[in-house]
Design a protein around this ligand. Structure first.
Ligand SMILES: *Cc1c(COP(=O)(O)O)cnc(C)c1O
Ligand SMILES: [Zn+2]
Length: 403
């Protein structure tokens, strides 16, 4: 296995410590080499579910044939193993007959970031790092802080001041992180963090290709849950686009290694006020134009300049995917439906269902299609949003009846 630049193709040793391509500055990705046959792999992964080895219990490291390796110590909290849950009311609301949710909010820190942090922090530990850092809208920081604490490293998190859910700030503090609050939004926080580097600090934003590797196991786990029968569509929210890139990379690798024949179409849903990828998609070609003042109630995807846009565009082409955006009101309605199914999620995750309803209404998805929507964060990640929304509805109703 080795690292490769997504733009110029320059290659680097797997564990060489780099933030970006030394030749052209673009992002790096990890190129996997897998020797076992598809049947051997499927049998091996099934067998590991009966083992109590911490790596086998992890829904990430169980698929380690497709992950960077050679580690003396793997930093794990038993992440992954997230169920597929049918969403009957949500399906009916969207106009679909076959919809299930894979809820990554049921990870150790309540969001999917854990899947990339187990691999990212494991690599940081192997690289001898003592301090890890990230910029975050809240979930990356909580997750990084937890895994850093497990590894005995210091965590430094750069947060946009006043724009992060209190529950998420509290989580980072509880895991012992050092907080650096930035005047500005997530994009400013990321710039500040990148400029703060002094070689001592190991950066763990999703530009780090080791995080993408962990996140891609979502699709491996999903396929084992579906007995290797791929759905027609996989839908996920789009913020910095690490997740969509990771899911697409998994599909590319599975197809190339003969683990699947049919490739599901990937659908990425953004919030209307933070929609640079949806704009680029509608334009059809060219460079991403950042949104300078991203605005949405879905704070986890309030990002105007997503770093992984080229990776995302590549996998969207490969899977014949789609990108769309939805309003904050549509996100709120969808979130309520997911709650009515007894599932719940944070606002960013509900973009998936909101997007599906729109696509069915516009005849861009068939009602009979099999669809898996990826829910990214737990319902308790943003309680203030729920309280505010429902107080508003109650006040409005009282006003109506008074007239
Ligand atoms: C980070 C995050 C996202 C966005 O994921 P990207 O990989 O940045 O596109 C979506 N939802 C939740 C809950 C998140 O924490
Ligand atoms: Zn390059």
């Amino acid at each position: 296995m080795h690292q490769r630049c997504i733009e110029c193709g320059a290659t680097y040793d797997l564990h060489q410590r780099l933030l970006a391509c030394a030749a052209c500055g673009d992002l790096l990705e990890i190129v996997v080499e897998v020797r076992q046959s598809p049947d051997e792999l499927k049998a091996l992964w099934r067998e590991r579910r009966m083992s109590n080895d911490p790596r086998d219990l992890s829904g990430v490291w169980r698929f380690r044939e497709f992950l960077p390796g050679g580690y003396q110590r793997v930093v794990t909290l038993g992440e992954g193993n997230c169920p597929l849950v049918q969403g009957q009311r949500s399906a009916a609301w969207a106009g679909l007959r076959n919809l299930s949710f894979k809820h990554l909010g049921w990870n150790p820190t309540g969001c999917f970031k854990d899947l990339g942090m187990t691999t990212g922090v494991t690599e940081a530990l192997a690289a001898g790092a003592q301090i890890v850092a990230c910029a975050s809208t809240g979930n990356t920081s909580g997750s990084m802080a937890a895994y850093a604490a497990r590894a005995g490293m210091k965590a430094r998190v750069f947060l946009p001041a006043g724009m992060v859910s209190l529950a998420k700030v509290a989580q980072s503090i509880d895991y012992g992180a050092e907080l650096v609050e930035i005047d500005g939004n997530f994009d400013n926080a990321l710039e500040t963090m990148l400029a703060s580097g002094d070689g001592e600090v190991y950066f763990l934003n999703s530009i780090n290709p080791f995080r993408i590797e962990g996140q891609k196991t979502v699709v491996f786990e999903l396929m084992t849950q579906l007995d290797w029968q791929p759905p027609d569509y996989i839908v996920c929210p789009g913020g910095n686009l690490g997740n969509s890139s990771a899911f697409g990379k998994a599909l590319e690798e599975m197809k190339a290694h003969g683990l699947i024949e049919k490739v599901p179409r990937l659908i990425v849903v953004q919030a209307e006020g933070a929609n640079p990828l949806a704009r680029l998609w509608r334009k059809g070609s060219g460079e991403l134009e950042p949104v300078s003042n991203p605005e949405t109630v879905a704070t986890a995807i309030r990002i105007g300049n997503p770093r992984s846009w080229k990776k995302a565009m590549r996998v969207l082409r490969f899977t014949q995917g789609m990108v769309l955006d939805v309003t904050d009101e549509e996100i709120g309605d969808a979130k309520e439906m997911i709650g009515r199914d007894g599932i719940g999620c944070e606002p960013a995750s509900a973009t998936t269902l909101a997007g599906l309803r729109k696509l069915v209404a516009e005849n861009r998805i068939e009602p009979d299609a099999s669809v898996v929507a990826i829910l990214t964060g737990h319902v308790l990640k943003d309680p203030a949003y729920i309280i505010k929304r429902h107080q508003y509805v109650a006040a409005g109703a009282a006003e109506v009846s008074a007239h």
